[in-house]
Design a binder for this molecule. Structure first.
Ligand code: ADP
Length: 490
């Protein structure tokens, strides 16, 4: 096969994309389709699993044709929005209910009950996760208890439950029911130690063990596509959750390597190698990847509001013409003039975990301008990241440099401010689609093109731009003091 390509299916929250990569990491084609968001009640967020599949297949076919046909595609990799739950009938392959999306809060009361009964410390010790509706287990329980078609299928032994990579693999292969270890580690049904679903956790959350697929490595042959989809059977050889894939795509393969993705929210993952991550500062422990049965772990911190603050200034306040304009505005003033923004528009995530906190803009005077507010908004990203850095350090995972990606990382001013406030070098890949690239690396490894993930990353990874810290210590200290004062009253 001349120039084999890897087809990646990148299943996001708002859109699905298919991308074809060469074994040198070059991008050969992209197709994208939006996904419908359903909000039947406040706090509920649903997707249509049939739509996810149909649009993913359509994008995959479009890219495959554009690059010269299925004969060019050597292997397929999948990466996906994590925690989202799909229920389907394993005999017909048809969905039984809407997918409950990671953002869905409908199981908050169930989580509170489990917390009140004292289960959180044991769940955290075993899974690295907290009792929060974010994770899959309570969503699976909700579907069983509230969707008759799901309960009926369970009674008849036909129920399949899984996260989105599991659903796509089932449809692609016409019946392989597997979940990769990185996605499985976000369900709260698998321990950080122990290679499959945990019976005790399944019992605690009321999820039938038999409805779950087998937990497998992130890179190996997972199945072959039905010939009807692409005209030939293509092996699927890699799968990973989106944040783990981005960590791999950034080349964060050594213990201590850390990446931050700045999109709607911000997600930081620090590679911990074979060490099981334990947090005393409400960070999450998660499987980074499992290869040949061996696990590597990561410590994770999520900040709920990052790029969405800029979007809010642009769309709700009408203060900005574009998100990118913030870089020029911030650079046009020497400082924020004392303005501090606490972006707690939907409470505060790690390391504060204060759902009741609300956003604030403080320190304004008649000298406050649009530019100073834009600057304060970008400064808030470094402030939030600084607090995460302290939590990681306190948990024994001090950062020595930070690799950034995501839509907002394109902002040079923010990248420099991060380096300044963290007092660390910040690196940004020229090619920012690191999530899809990470899935391509895994699939290329699983297809046998490379001997190790390190080899794949060397061959497929790209050039980086480095931002060096240059801020005086007094300026940094003063900014942090102001930030912490504002945070205390939010
Ligand atoms: P997601 O994957 O979460 O949908 P993206 O990675 O596409 O998000 O990033 C989009 C977010 O980043 C938006 O919220 C947008 O406001 C913000 N953003 C994009 N470009 C810039 C920029 N140059 N400066 C500041 N913010 C930006």
């Amino acid at each position: 096969m001349a120039d084999p390509l890897i087809l990646v299916l990148d299943e996001g929250t708002t859109s699905t994309r298919a991308m074809a990569f060469g074994l040198d990491g070059a991008l050969h084609g992209v197709a994208q389709a939006q996904l419908s968001q359903h909000y039947p009640q406040p706090g509920w967020v649903e997707h249509d699993p049939a739509e996810i599949w149909d649009r993913t297949l359509a994008c995959a076919r479009e890219v495959t044709e554009a690059v010269g046909g299925a004969g060019r595609i050597a292997a397929i990799g999948i990466t996906n929005q994590r925690e989202t739950v799909v229920a389907w009938d394993r005999t017909t392959g048809q969905p039984l209910a809407r997918a409950l999306v990671w953002q869905d809060r409908r199981t908050a009361a169930q989580c509170e009950e489990l917390k009140a009964a004292g289960h959180e410390p044991a769940v955290q010790a075993q899974t690295g996760l907290l009792l929060d509706p974010y994770f899959s287990a309570t969503k699976m329980r909700w579907l069983l208890a509230n969707e008759p078609a799901v309960a009926d299928a369970a009674a008849a032994g036909r129920l399949a439950l899984g996260t989105v990579e599991s659903w796509l693999l089932f449809r692609l292969t016409g019946g392989a029911h597997l979940s990769d270890a990185s996605n499985a580690s976000r369900t709260a049904l698998m321990g950080l130690v122990g290679h499959s679903w945990d019976e005790g956790l399944c019992d605690l959350f009321g999820v039938p063990r038999g409805a779950l697929g087998e937990v497998v490595d992130n890179a190996r042959e997972l199945g072959r596509t039905l010939p009807e989809w692409f005209g030939r059977a293509i092996p699927v050889t890699g799968m990973a959750g989106d944040q783990q894939a981005a960590t791999i795509g950034q080349g964060c393969l050594e213990p201590g390597d850390t990446k931050a993705t700045y999109g709607t929210g911000a997600f930081v993952l620090a590679n911990r190698g074979a060490t099981i991550p334990r947090s005393a500062h409400r960070l999450l422990g998660t499987v980074l990847h499992q290869l040949g049965g061996q696990r590597h772990y990561a410590l994770e911190g999520s900040v709920f509001v990052a790029g969405s603050l800029i979007q809010w200034l642009r769309d709700s306040l009408g203060m900005l013409a574009s998100a990118a304009e913030t870089a020029e505005l911030a650079g046009s003033v020497a400082d924020s003039g004392g303005v501090v923004i606490v972006p707690a528009l939907s409470g505060l995530g790690a390391p504060h975990w204060r759902p009741e906190a609300r956003a604030s803009i403080t320190g304004m005077s008649f000298s406050t301008t649009r530019a100073r507010i834009a600057r304060a908004a970008l400064e808030a990203m470094a402030h939030q990241t600084h607090d995460l850095a302290e939590a990681f350090a306190a948990d024994g995972a001090r950062w020595t440099r930070l690799r950034i990606d995501g839509g907002m990382s394109a902002n040079d001013w923010m990248a420099q401010d991060l380096a300044d406030m963290l007092a660390l070098p910040v690196e940004r890949l020229t090619f920012v689609e690191t999530t899809a690239l990470g899935a391509a690396m895994l699939a290329a490894l699983g297809a046998g093109f490379f001997r190790s993930l390190e080899d794949a990353a060397r061959a497929m990874g790209g050039a980086t731009r480095r931002f060096e810290p240059a801020m005086a210590q007094e300026v940094r200290a003063e900014r942090l003091a102001r930030w912490h004062r504002a945070l205390a009253v939010s």
